[in-house]
Design a protein around this ligand. Structure first.
Ligand SMILES: [Zn+2]
Length: 610
């Protein structure tokens, strides 16, 4: 069955590749005209009209994707489509039916131009798919524009009809007016979202490339600083890749409430942040780190990507064991840009590393799932309590796999090569429309180091691995240290550990996660339990951690809680709070070799201890 599915996938992908190829042959001038009219923005509605040139088939299937690029999860995009009408150029209505959730099959189409029109409901801000309100519209075309096997390869001319004071931006080529864009094919269209509305726009040039920053929303950001730092950021990619895959790049920012996260696109990115999360150093650092992450993606995944996701199959999941390399390596390489551009200090880098190590240590799933398995299952990953205890995340653990690989390459090549060289080779040798497989990555590692990586790959990518962080950090002259803080009488922190995470809600102190093998895990407490008392005394709201301050490790407490409305009691043996507040610091007596390793790794000088 699995083999059959694979055969089908292969045939399907071949069909897509062929249709893209033949579509290009049909006519260099053939195009799809896309009209997106935003007439009722306050109701989140747009009217879309698509004009397709003559087709020679009796019926045509038009699809809306079931997912969008950069988010490896199926989404209910077709659910926002209503009032679908198909006509020919004479205005005759053509009959149609839906053949699956995302496919509209139009009949009687032979030798006719086809005009589709439909309404789109756009109210998915946080998913970065489509959002329209009375101040703007963000349109990722995978959630707005339909395609057929033939039209996918054709030029798309997009005309927006928007309120008069709105201004429109996109990574796409600009057409005859500011609300007109041209995409050379559907794949470029869906990978180039459009931001239109009332916004702030900045433009700058670096190394004869044009960059733009578009910000929708109000907040505590300093756009002059953002422009200054983005100018520095975009210069740093030369430390990883030889060459730029674009002439123009657009950073789009949504400063809003109720949304966070970001998505990479072919020559643009959309970054969403809470409107008041820009001004403190911590918040700003997080913004610029996200910008660095998305900019790295312009090469890693937008220019070279694993075989399972080339070409994109928009109608179903696209499987690959290498999504950790797509996401985790990007999280890893983002620091190369930040450090080399002095956008982040070494101390800030150490804090970020310490946070990642601590998170890994509280990730029991790291002993259950390899990064290759997590990559394959990204499409069904839901995170949460089960995810934390039994799975890994392609970002966090992919970061660690990349770090291990980088240090291994630096060691094997006596600091002459690094993981950056491997990424540059992926870019030089496997750029789209090519793709890369695991064997290709192994070949590149062999080219870069002269050594075979089969065993390393099996141990670190296809198996779960225990990482010796002390050993790893020592290579670069760094060590781990822990904030004592414990004996300080004024300390408000509890010394005991339960393994529980609590999220107070209307029901009370609701358990949101229980770390595997922790005291709470052994006591049988689970997510959604509502804690009500310790040793028979009511737990006041938000007082859980405070209450634990009065207990010592190894002490037993009686925990009373509701599980689905029924009162229950259990005994929990408290443990010692695991060494907290990990800090990474430079060794006082780091050797010349360690300092050289640090410099080869980060591009900046070893920070001497003050
Ligand atoms: Zn990413």
């Amino acid at each position: 069955m699995r083999e059959l599915t694979r055969m089908f996938n292969y045939k399907f992908k071949l069909l897509i590749a062929m249709s893209l190829f033949f579509a290009q042959l049909i006519s260099a001038n053939a195009s799809v005209k896309v009209n997106i009219s935003i007439e009722q923005p306050e109701h989140h509605l747009a009217l879309v009209e698509l004009k397709f040139e003559q087709v020679h088939k009796n019926k045509v299937n038009f699809h809306l994707p079931t997912w969008r690029t950069g988010r490896y999860q199926t989404l209910n995009l077709a659910n926002g489509i209503r009032e679908f009408i198909a006509k020919d150029s004479q205005g005759n209505v053509l009959s149609w039916k839906k053949t699956d959730k995302s496919t509209w099959q139009v009949a009687d189409t032979k030798d006719k131009e086809i005009i589709l029109s439909y309404q789109v409901y756009a109210n998915q801000l946080a998913k970065r798919t489509r959002h329209i309100d009375d101040s703007h519209a963000f349109l990722d075309s995978s959630a707005v524009v339909m395609y057929s096997d033939v039209s996918r390869g054709l030029t798309h001319n997009i005309q927006l009809v928007v309120p008069e004071e709105w201004r429109s931006f996109s990574g796409l080529e600009i057409g005859g007016n500011e609300h007109q864009f041209i995409a050379s094919n559907y794949d470029q269209l869906v990978d180039s979202p459009i931001e239109t509305g009332i916004n702030e726009h900045h433009q700058f040039n670096v190394d004869s490339r044009q960059y733009e920053l578009v910000i929708w929303g109000e907040g505590n950001f300093d756009s002059a600083k953002m422009v200054k730092d983005l100018q520095i950021l975009v210069k740093q990619s030369k430390h990883i890749w030889q060459g730029y895959p674009f002439k123009r790049y657009v950073f789009m920012v949504h400063a809003t409430s109720g949304a966070r996260g970001a998505t990479e696109h072919v020559n643009s990115t959309i970054i969403q942040r809470s409107r008041f999360k820009f001004s403190t150093r911590k918040d700003y650092l997080s913004f610029i780190a996200v910008a660095a992450h998305e900019f790295v993606h312009t090469w890693n995944v937008k220019q070279y990507r694993p075989k399972g996701i080339v070409p994109y199959d928009y109608q179903q999941e696209n499987y690959s064991n290498l999504l950790w390399l797509v996401e985790g390596s990007t999280s890893y390489l983002q620091y190369q840009l930040l450090l080399r551009g002095s956008l982040m200090t070494t101390d800030e880098f150490f804090t970020a590393l310490a946070k990642r190590i601590t998170a890994h240590r509280h990730k029991p799933g790291a002993t259950s799932q390899s990064v290759a398995q997590a990559s394959f299952d990204a499409w069904i990953s839901e995170g949460g309590d089960y995810g934390n205890n039994h799975s890994v995340n392609i970002y966090a653990e992919g970061f660690l796999a990349s770090w291990l690989l980088d240090f291994d390459i630096l060691t094997k090549t006596a600091l002459s090569k690094s993981y950056r060289n491997a990424h540059n080779q992926l870019y030089q040798q496997h750029r789209l429309p090519k793709s890369y497989k695991e064997e290709d990555v192994l070949n590149i590692l062999k080219q870069v180091t002269g050594e075979d990586y089969q065993v390393w790959w099996q141990e670190n990518i296809h198996s779960t691995t225990a990482i010796d962080f002390s050993l790893l950090l020592a290579k670069a002259g760094l060590e781990m240290s822990y904030d004592k803080g414990g004996d300080d009488k004024a300390s408000t922190k509890s010394k005991v550990w339960t393994g529980l995470k609590i999220k107070p809600n209307t029901y009370g102190l609701t358990v949101s996660s229980v770390e595997k093998n922790s005291p709470a895990w052994h006591a049988g407490i689970t997510t959604e339990d509502v804690l009500v008392a310790i040793d028979g005394l009511r737990l006041a709201d938000k007082a859980f951690e405070h209450r634990l301050k009065d207990f010592k490790p190894k002490q037993n407490i009686t925990m009373t809680y509701f599980r689905r409305d029924k009162l229950r009691t259990t005994t929990l043996e408290l443990a010692t709070m695991p060494k907290n507040k990990l800090k990474i610091i430079p060794m006082a007596k780091a050797s010349t070799q360690q300092k050289a390793f640090f410099k080869a790794w980060t591009g900046v000088d070893f920070p001497e201890k003050k």
